[in-house]
Write a protein that binds this ligand. Structure first.
Ligand code: XIL
Length: 302
């Protein structure tokens, strides 16, 4: 195969990228998107602040630009994200208690219903666990509505779009020995035991020298899969350059391929210059749209 999407498809997987609506007029960008990727995540356009800028008034223009382009090109879509402590609209940031709980549930119901049938998988809840050694939840306005907010979110999403896979997504959950990884694992185990609807776990996998690809990464993917969920690498980027970066990308790709229920990989942008961490040159294409060594190592590993 000569593209990332076609190479991933050889094993029944997908290869995706984050897309920014504001870059869709760039012909180099669109050319690489159309050629290489078969799954699309809106980088910001489906977040709560974008889709419900004022309470009860929903706004889908930029999200639809991405969704329609992807669908016209025969690509699937990962919905990102229905409930998150970050990138909330201003009106929601200062809400609390029952009013906030109901606003969150209404947001999920409205957005997931609007896109019903068009989304492969939703990141229903993003980044709800704390960093550090507690293994517990992150403090947030949503968490303060009660510890059951995550399962309530998943139930609302299932009711609104029964055909979409429903995922929990987080970062720093790549190292199996990390308390945060264990905390998410126990939540998913509990959800499966109690019949809370969850189908997948997303590992964002933003790597750099502070947070390198762990040696037990494949073990983490496999252990989540063993709970009876799919796993996906949802926001992959690895800071670095040259053969070091390429070998890290190779390891991540091979780890996914070694786990039957690791169903796909998404990188968090197309060219280094499109990245939220552009200074770290963490992606597969350089600023000119040329394939990097990291690209070749991924293509060969798939
Ligand atoms: C980032 C986007 O890439 C930036 O453009 C934006 O300014 C902030 O959010 N975890 C996530 C993503 O789940 O939504 C974040 O995306 C990166 C970290």
């Amino acid at each position: 195969a000569t593209t990332l999407g076609a190479a991933a498809a050889q094993s029944g997987r997908y290869f995706g990228t984050a897309v920014a609506a504001g870059r869709m007029g760039d012909s180099t960008y669109i050319g690489i998107l159309n050629r290489e990727f078969d799954m699309v995540t809106a980088e910001n356009e489906m977040k709560m602040d974008a889709t419900e800028p004022s309470q009860g008034r929903f706004s889908y223009g930029n999200a639809d630009r991405i969704v329609n382009h992807a669908r016209n090109q025969g690509k699937r879509i990962r919905g990102h994200a229905l409930a998150w402590h970050s990138q909330q609209p201003g009106w929601m940031q200062n809400m609390s208690g029952t009013a906030l709980r109901n606003a969150m549930l209404n947001h999920i119901t409205q957005v997931a219903s609007y896109y019903r049938g068009k989304i492969y998988a939703w990141d229903v809840v993003n980044e709800a666990f704390a960093d550090g050694n507690s293994g517990g939840r992150r403090d947030s306005n949503l968490q303060r509505t009660g510890n059951d907010w995550i399962e309530a979110a998943f139930r609302a999403a299932r009711a609104a779009d029964p055909g979409a896979k429903l995922c929990y997504n987080d970062y720093n959950t790549d190292d199996w020995s990390h308390a945060k990884t264990q905390g998410v694992y126990r939540m998913v185990q509990d959800f499966k035991a109690r019949g809370v609807p969850i189908d997948c776990v997303g590992l964002q996998s933003h790597f750099n020298s502070q947070s390198p690809v762990p040696s037990n990464y494949q073990t983490t993917l496999q252990n989540f899969a063993n709970l009876g969920v799919d796993v996906q690498i949802t926001e992959l980027d690895i800071e670095g350059s040259g053969s070091g970066q390429a070998s890290n990308y190779d390891r991540v790709t091979r780890a996914c391929l070694a786990v039957a229920r690791c169903t796909g990989i998404t990188v968090w942008g197309i060219r280094d210059t499109d990245s939220w961490r552009a200074n770290g040159t963490p992606l597969l294409f350089d600023g000119g749209g040329n394939k990097k060594a990291a690209y070749t190592s991924v293509l060969n590993a798939l």
